[in-house]
Design a protein. Structure first.
Length: 356
């Protein structure tokens, strides 16, 4: 019998299924500046959405921190105990001076934000199934598995969200992960290695971290990109393979890892996608999900430049302008004629793109 969790209490119906908490942001003594990560990125996305009057504070779902009991649905007790050593957290977050801080500070300033984002992903999983879509403004820690963190990922939020749905939500027994971060998602791949309920599609730069050959065996649809891949080729591949993946298996939910580290100039991603290309990519994924009436949960994952927050906000505004996300649609499911027409139009667009 699943444990009781606050993460699955119903969100007010007046709220957008957009999950966030000010606790997502990592700020202390400038140490966060030692990592290329913009550690205030999540708050900036929300501020842009507020400026554009899409949302207000009382209209977003407040993320809650995942408790130890929640985390143990996937993580081993041994792994969670390891996080009580500051040097372990320093290694996972790639911020070496963290090793010298007392662990209570590391818990409060680094791990609590990551646990709150993880709680946000679990909450957004249920919201997506209830409302047809949900976006966690944080999360997407795809390098963490049940017993090992790395690459800034200390908790396996994608695995957790899916396991919570399988255990607690009637009618959810198959999931598809569409991982479009620039890096291979080796954490969820290791966690779901032999689990036939989970179909993994992963599109990544083949030459960069983590290069996890063992984890690659879990990928059902693997798209390995070359250095400097640009928009036309990238969008063509994403469109073809998202369609292929969803035609091969119709899941009960899609978890979309929407990393923005594919952006041209990202120091870690090594790809060359424009801001417009990222907006278009998210549109392609949401259209594929909506046209098949599959609930979709989006997490924001990696993205290491100052301009990233603006692009994520622009993408969410674009999804809204196209009618792919909105409050009415959220509660009434995806049989929206406006959406059906747009999906037909976008397929025309993509066909034209491939002819250029």
């Amino acid at each position: 019998r699943p444990h009781r969790t606050e993460l699955y209490e119903d969100a007010p119906s007046a709220c957008w299924p957009i999950v966030y908490s000010p606790d997502y942001n990592i700020t202390f003594m400038g140490l966060e500046k030692l990592h290329p990560f913009d550690a205030g990125k999540w708050g900036k996305v929300i501020n842009f959405l507020k400026e554009e009057k899409l949302i207000a504070d009382d209209l977003i779902v407040q993320a809650r921190e995942a408790t130890d009991e929640d985390l143990l649905v996937v993580h081993t007790r041994r792994y969670l105990n390891k996080l009580k050593w500051s040097f372990v957290v320093a290694t996972i977050t790639e911020i070496p001076p963290v090793a010298f801080l007392p662990n209570f500070i590391v818990q409060r300033k680094v791990l609590k934000p990551l646990r709150t984002q993880t709680g946000g992903t679990i909450m957004a999983g249920k919201l997506a199934v209830d409302r047809g879509w949900a976006i966690n403004i944080g999360g997407g820690f795809h390098h963490c598995s049940s017993d090992k963190g790395g690459g800034f990922c200390a908790y396996a939020d994608i695995t957790l969200a899916i396991k919570f749905l399988f255990e607690r939500v009637q009618g959810v027994s198959k999931a598809t992960i569409i991982d479009l971060d620039a890096h291979q998602g080796n954490g969820h791949e290791r966690d779901f290695m032999d689990d036939h309920r989970v179909y993994i599609m992963d599109v990544y730069n083949r030459y960069i971290y983590p290069g996890d050959g063992f984890a690659k065996r879990a990928i059902k649809r693997k798209v390995e990109l070359e250095w400097g891949t640009e928009d036309t080729e990238y969008l063509q591949k994403v469109h073809t393979h998202v369609e292929g993946a969803l035609n091969e298996l119709k899941p009960d939910v899609i978890v979309y890892n929407a990393g923005t580290d594919i952006l041209d100039g990202d120091p870690l991603g090594g790809l060359a996608i424009s801001p417009q290309g990222i907006v278009k990519r998210d549109e392609v994924v949401f259209k594929a999900a909506r046209s098949r009436r599959i609930p979709i949960l989006m997490v924001t994952s990696g993205g290491y430049q100052k301009r990233t927050a603006r692009i994520i906000a622009d993408s969410i505004l674009n999804l809204h302008n196209l009618g792919l996300i909105d409050k009415e649609l959220a509660t009434s499911g995806a049989g929206n004629p406006k959406v059906e027409q747009m999906i037909r139009d976008s397929e025309k667009d993509l066909n034209n793109l491939s002819l250029q």
